[in-house]
Design a protein around this ligand. Sequence first.
Ligand code: SAM
Length: 250
Amino acid sequence: MKIDIVSIFPDYFAPLELSLIGRSHAAGLIDVRLHDLRDWTHDLHRTVDDTPYGGGPGMVMRPEPWGEALDHLLAGMDDSTVPGAPASPRLIVPSPAGVPFSQSLAAELAAESRLLFACGRYEGIDQRVLEHYAARTRVTEVSLGDYVLFGGEVAVLVMLEAVIRLVPGVLGNADSLAEESHADGLLEAPMYTKPARWRELATPDVLRSGDHGRIAQWRREQSLLRTAQRRPDLLARQGPSTLTKQDIAF
Ligand code: SAM
Protein backbone atom coordinates (compact mmCIF):
# COMPACT_ATOMS: atom_id res chain seq x y z
CA MET A 1 0.00 0.00 0.00
CA LYS A 2 1.34 3.42 -0.98
CA ILE A 3 0.49 6.30 1.34
CA ASP A 4 1.23 9.98 0.66
CA ILE A 5 0.70 12.62 3.35
CA VAL A 6 0.72 16.37 2.74
CA SER A 7 1.14 18.63 5.77
CA ILE A 8 2.84 21.84 6.85
CA PHE A 9 4.26 19.81 9.76
CA PRO A 10 5.73 16.62 8.25
CA ASP A 11 7.77 16.16 11.46
CA TYR A 12 4.54 15.21 13.22
CA PHE A 13 4.82 11.84 11.50
CA ALA A 14 8.11 10.76 13.10
CA PRO A 15 6.24 8.09 15.17
CA LEU A 16 5.54 6.24 11.91
CA GLU A 17 9.12 4.98 12.12
CA LEU A 18 8.39 3.27 15.45
CA SER A 19 6.90 -0.07 16.41
CA LEU A 20 5.03 -2.31 13.97
CA ILE A 21 4.31 0.51 11.54
CA GLY A 22 8.05 1.17 11.25
CA ARG A 23 8.71 -2.54 10.72
CA SER A 24 5.96 -2.79 8.09
CA HIS A 25 7.51 0.17 6.36
CA ALA A 26 10.94 -1.46 6.46
CA ALA A 27 9.51 -4.77 5.22
CA GLY A 28 7.97 -3.02 2.21
CA LEU A 29 4.36 -3.82 3.20
CA ILE A 30 3.60 -0.12 3.25
CA ASP A 31 5.32 2.79 1.60
CA VAL A 32 4.69 6.10 3.40
CA ARG A 33 5.86 9.35 1.82
CA LEU A 34 5.69 12.71 3.57
CA HIS A 35 5.35 16.00 1.70
CA ASP A 36 5.66 19.55 3.00
CA LEU A 37 2.84 21.68 1.56
CA ARG A 38 5.17 24.70 1.66
CA ASP A 39 7.25 23.07 -1.11
CA TRP A 40 4.43 24.13 -3.45
CA THR A 41 4.50 27.82 -2.46
CA HIS A 42 6.37 30.46 -4.46
CA ASP A 43 6.80 33.44 -2.14
CA LEU A 44 9.62 34.28 0.22
CA HIS A 45 7.57 33.44 3.33
CA ARG A 46 6.20 30.19 1.86
CA THR A 47 2.67 31.35 2.66
CA VAL A 48 -0.12 28.74 2.80
CA ASP A 49 -2.92 30.74 4.50
CA ASP A 50 -4.90 33.95 4.23
CA THR A 51 -7.80 35.76 5.91
CA PRO A 52 -11.28 34.29 5.40
CA TYR A 53 -13.67 35.86 2.89
CA GLY A 54 -16.65 37.19 4.81
CA GLY A 55 -14.50 38.01 7.81
CA GLY A 56 -14.15 36.18 11.09
CA PRO A 57 -11.27 35.01 13.24
CA GLY A 58 -8.46 32.73 12.11
CA MET A 59 -6.90 31.98 8.75
CA VAL A 60 -7.88 29.63 5.92
CA MET A 61 -5.50 27.51 3.84
CA ARG A 62 -5.20 28.98 0.32
CA PRO A 63 -6.19 26.74 -2.58
CA GLU A 64 -3.13 27.28 -4.84
CA PRO A 65 -0.48 25.31 -2.90
CA TRP A 66 -3.00 22.51 -2.31
CA GLY A 67 -3.85 22.48 -6.01
CA GLU A 68 -0.21 22.19 -7.03
CA ALA A 69 0.56 19.55 -4.40
CA LEU A 70 -2.45 17.37 -5.17
CA ASP A 71 -2.08 17.69 -8.97
CA HIS A 72 1.53 16.58 -8.64
CA LEU A 73 0.81 13.66 -6.32
CA LEU A 74 -2.32 12.45 -8.09
CA ALA A 75 -0.49 12.51 -11.44
CA GLY A 76 2.05 10.10 -9.98
CA MET A 77 -0.66 7.83 -8.56
CA ASP A 78 -2.60 6.90 -11.67
CA ASP A 79 -3.20 3.15 -11.46
CA SER A 80 -5.67 3.04 -14.33
CA THR A 81 -3.31 0.90 -16.42
CA VAL A 82 -3.13 -1.81 -13.71
CA PRO A 83 -5.89 -4.42 -14.26
CA GLY A 84 -8.28 -4.57 -11.31
CA ALA A 85 -6.95 -1.40 -9.71
CA PRO A 86 -9.54 1.13 -8.48
CA ALA A 87 -10.26 3.92 -10.96
CA SER A 88 -8.68 6.63 -8.82
CA PRO A 89 -6.63 6.99 -5.63
CA ARG A 90 -8.52 7.79 -2.45
CA LEU A 91 -8.01 11.30 -1.07
CA ILE A 92 -8.73 11.49 2.66
CA VAL A 93 -9.19 14.90 4.25
CA PRO A 94 -9.48 14.95 8.06
CA SER A 95 -12.23 17.34 9.13
CA PRO A 96 -14.56 17.69 12.12
CA ALA A 97 -17.32 17.91 9.48
CA GLY A 98 -16.42 14.55 7.92
CA VAL A 99 -17.92 11.07 8.20
CA PRO A 100 -17.08 9.47 11.56
CA PHE A 101 -13.99 7.26 11.45
CA SER A 102 -14.75 3.64 12.38
CA GLN A 103 -13.31 0.15 12.21
CA SER A 104 -15.35 -0.53 9.08
CA LEU A 105 -13.95 2.59 7.36
CA ALA A 106 -10.45 1.49 8.46
CA ALA A 107 -11.05 -1.91 6.81
CA GLU A 108 -12.30 -0.17 3.65
CA LEU A 109 -9.15 1.99 3.51
CA ALA A 110 -6.90 -1.00 4.21
CA ALA A 111 -8.16 -2.55 0.96
CA GLU A 112 -7.02 0.46 -1.11
CA SER A 113 -3.68 0.35 -2.92
CA ARG A 114 -3.09 4.13 -2.73
CA LEU A 115 -4.12 6.64 -0.11
CA LEU A 116 -3.43 10.36 -0.09
CA PHE A 117 -3.99 12.35 3.10
CA ALA A 118 -4.35 16.16 3.11
CA CYS A 119 -3.83 17.65 6.57
CA GLY A 120 -5.62 20.92 7.19
CA ARG A 121 -4.53 23.54 9.75
CA TYR A 122 -5.89 26.92 10.91
CA GLU A 123 -9.62 27.12 10.05
CA GLY A 124 -9.22 24.41 7.42
CA ILE A 125 -8.68 24.22 3.65
CA ASP A 126 -10.51 26.47 1.14
CA GLN A 127 -13.66 24.52 0.27
CA ARG A 128 -13.00 24.78 -3.48
CA VAL A 129 -10.08 22.37 -3.13
CA LEU A 130 -12.45 19.64 -1.94
CA GLU A 131 -14.99 20.43 -4.68
CA HIS A 132 -12.33 20.46 -7.39
CA TYR A 133 -10.81 17.08 -6.45
CA ALA A 134 -14.18 15.45 -5.76
CA ALA A 135 -14.76 15.74 -9.52
CA ARG A 136 -11.41 14.06 -10.26
CA THR A 137 -10.88 11.37 -7.65
CA ARG A 138 -12.58 9.75 -4.65
CA VAL A 139 -12.55 12.26 -1.80
CA THR A 140 -13.67 11.45 1.74
CA GLU A 141 -13.69 13.94 4.59
CA VAL A 142 -13.22 11.98 7.81
CA SER A 143 -13.84 13.05 11.40
CA LEU A 144 -12.18 11.46 14.41
CA GLY A 145 -14.96 12.60 16.71
CA ASP A 146 -17.06 15.49 17.87
CA TYR A 147 -14.24 17.75 18.99
CA VAL A 148 -11.79 20.08 17.26
CA LEU A 149 -8.04 19.44 16.95
CA PHE A 150 -5.41 22.00 15.96
CA GLY A 151 -4.73 20.16 12.72
CA GLY A 152 -5.22 17.00 10.69
CA GLU A 153 -1.84 15.42 11.50
CA VAL A 154 -2.85 13.62 14.69
CA ALA A 155 -6.09 12.51 13.01
CA VAL A 156 -4.05 10.97 10.17
CA LEU A 157 -1.75 9.21 12.64
CA VAL A 158 -4.80 7.69 14.34
CA MET A 159 -6.31 6.60 11.04
CA LEU A 160 -3.02 5.09 9.89
CA GLU A 161 -2.64 3.10 13.12
CA ALA A 162 -6.09 1.61 12.55
CA VAL A 163 -5.63 1.05 8.80
CA ILE A 164 -2.09 -0.31 8.69
CA ARG A 165 -2.69 -3.05 11.27
CA LEU A 166 -5.41 -4.39 8.92
CA VAL A 167 -3.05 -4.60 5.93
CA PRO A 168 -2.35 -8.31 5.29
CA GLY A 169 1.04 -9.37 6.67
CA VAL A 170 1.45 -6.47 9.13
CA LEU A 171 0.26 -8.39 12.21
CA GLY A 172 2.03 -11.66 12.90
CA ASN A 173 -1.19 -13.34 14.04
CA ALA A 174 -4.08 -12.16 11.87
CA ASP A 175 -6.53 -14.19 14.04
CA SER A 176 -6.21 -11.53 16.74
CA LEU A 177 -8.01 -9.08 14.42
CA ALA A 178 -11.18 -11.19 14.25
CA GLU A 179 -11.75 -11.15 18.02
CA GLU A 180 -10.99 -7.50 18.67
CA SER A 181 -13.37 -4.82 19.80
CA HIS A 182 -15.46 -3.49 16.89
CA ALA A 183 -14.45 -6.30 14.51
CA ASP A 184 -17.87 -7.92 14.96
CA GLY A 185 -19.62 -4.80 16.27
CA LEU A 186 -19.08 -5.76 19.94
CA LEU A 187 -16.46 -4.86 22.56
CA GLU A 188 -13.87 -7.52 23.30
CA ALA A 189 -14.04 -9.50 26.57
CA PRO A 190 -11.55 -8.43 29.30
CA MET A 191 -8.07 -9.95 28.91
CA TYR A 192 -5.70 -11.36 31.59
CA THR A 193 -2.13 -12.64 31.73
CA LYS A 194 0.23 -14.08 34.36
CA PRO A 195 0.41 -14.17 37.34
CA ALA A 196 -2.86 -16.00 38.07
CA ARG A 197 -3.20 -13.95 41.28
CA TRP A 198 -2.06 -10.32 41.52
CA ARG A 199 -2.51 -8.47 44.82
CA GLU A 200 -5.96 -9.61 46.02
CA LEU A 201 -7.24 -10.24 42.48
CA ALA A 202 -7.47 -13.63 40.72
CA THR A 203 -8.04 -14.25 37.00
CA PRO A 204 -11.37 -15.97 36.19
CA ASP A 205 -11.00 -19.76 36.76
CA VAL A 206 -12.51 -20.63 33.39
CA LEU A 207 -9.58 -19.03 31.55
CA ARG A 208 -7.20 -21.49 33.21
CA SER A 209 -9.49 -24.52 32.73
CA GLY A 210 -8.04 -25.53 29.35
CA ASP A 211 -11.63 -26.09 28.14
CA HIS A 212 -11.62 -24.12 24.87
CA GLY A 213 -15.40 -24.43 24.38
CA ARG A 214 -16.13 -22.98 27.82
CA ILE A 215 -13.52 -20.25 27.35
CA ALA A 216 -15.03 -19.23 24.00
CA GLN A 217 -18.52 -19.18 25.55
CA TRP A 218 -17.30 -17.12 28.54
CA ARG A 219 -15.57 -14.62 26.25
CA ARG A 220 -18.66 -14.27 24.09
CA GLU A 221 -20.84 -13.65 27.15
CA GLN A 222 -18.38 -11.10 28.58
CA SER A 223 -18.25 -9.39 25.21
CA LEU A 224 -22.06 -9.10 25.14
CA LEU A 225 -22.19 -7.97 28.78
CA ARG A 226 -19.51 -5.30 28.34
CA THR A 227 -21.12 -4.00 25.18
CA ALA A 228 -24.55 -3.85 26.86
CA GLN A 229 -23.11 -2.01 29.88
CA ARG A 230 -20.72 0.36 28.13
CA ARG A 231 -22.02 0.77 24.56
CA PRO A 232 -25.70 -0.21 24.36
CA ASP A 233 -25.81 1.71 21.05
CA LEU A 234 -23.50 -0.92 19.50
CA LEU A 235 -25.60 -3.80 20.79
CA ALA A 236 -28.77 -2.20 19.41
CA ARG A 237 -27.13 -2.17 15.96
CA GLN A 238 -26.57 -5.97 15.99
CA GLY A 239 -29.02 -7.64 13.64
CA PRO A 240 -30.75 -10.99 14.31
CA SER A 241 -28.27 -12.64 11.90
CA THR A 242 -25.23 -11.65 14.04
CA LEU A 243 -26.63 -12.71 17.43
CA THR A 244 -26.88 -16.46 18.05
CA LYS A 245 -29.77 -18.12 19.96
CA GLN A 246 -27.30 -18.63 22.80
CA ASP A 247 -26.44 -14.90 22.76
CA ILE A 248 -30.11 -13.93 22.94
CA ALA A 249 -30.78 -16.45 25.76
CA PHE A 250 -27.81 -14.97 27.66
N1 SAM B 1 -12.82 25.58 11.51
C1 SAM B 1 -12.95 24.17 11.47
C2 SAM B 1 -14.35 23.77 11.93
O1 SAM B 1 -14.89 24.43 12.81
O2 SAM B 1 -14.87 22.76 11.43
C3 SAM B 1 -11.93 23.49 12.36
C4 SAM B 1 -10.56 23.59 11.82
S1 SAM B 1 -9.38 22.73 12.82
C5 SAM B 1 -8.86 23.96 13.93
C6 SAM B 1 -8.01 22.55 11.75
C7 SAM B 1 -7.87 21.21 11.09
O3 SAM B 1 -7.77 20.20 12.07
C8 SAM B 1 -9.02 20.75 10.22
O4 SAM B 1 -8.96 21.30 8.94
C9 SAM B 1 -8.82 19.25 10.21
O5 SAM B 1 -7.84 18.89 9.27
C10 SAM B 1 -8.28 18.98 11.60
N2 SAM B 1 -9.30 18.50 12.56
C11 SAM B 1 -9.78 19.18 13.61
N3 SAM B 1 -10.67 18.47 14.28
C12 SAM B 1 -10.77 17.28 13.65
C13 SAM B 1 -11.55 16.11 13.88
N4 SAM B 1 -12.41 16.01 14.88
N5 SAM B 1 -11.39 15.07 13.03
C14 SAM B 1 -10.53 15.16 11.99
N6 SAM B 1 -9.76 16.25 11.74
C15 SAM B 1 -9.89 17.30 12.55
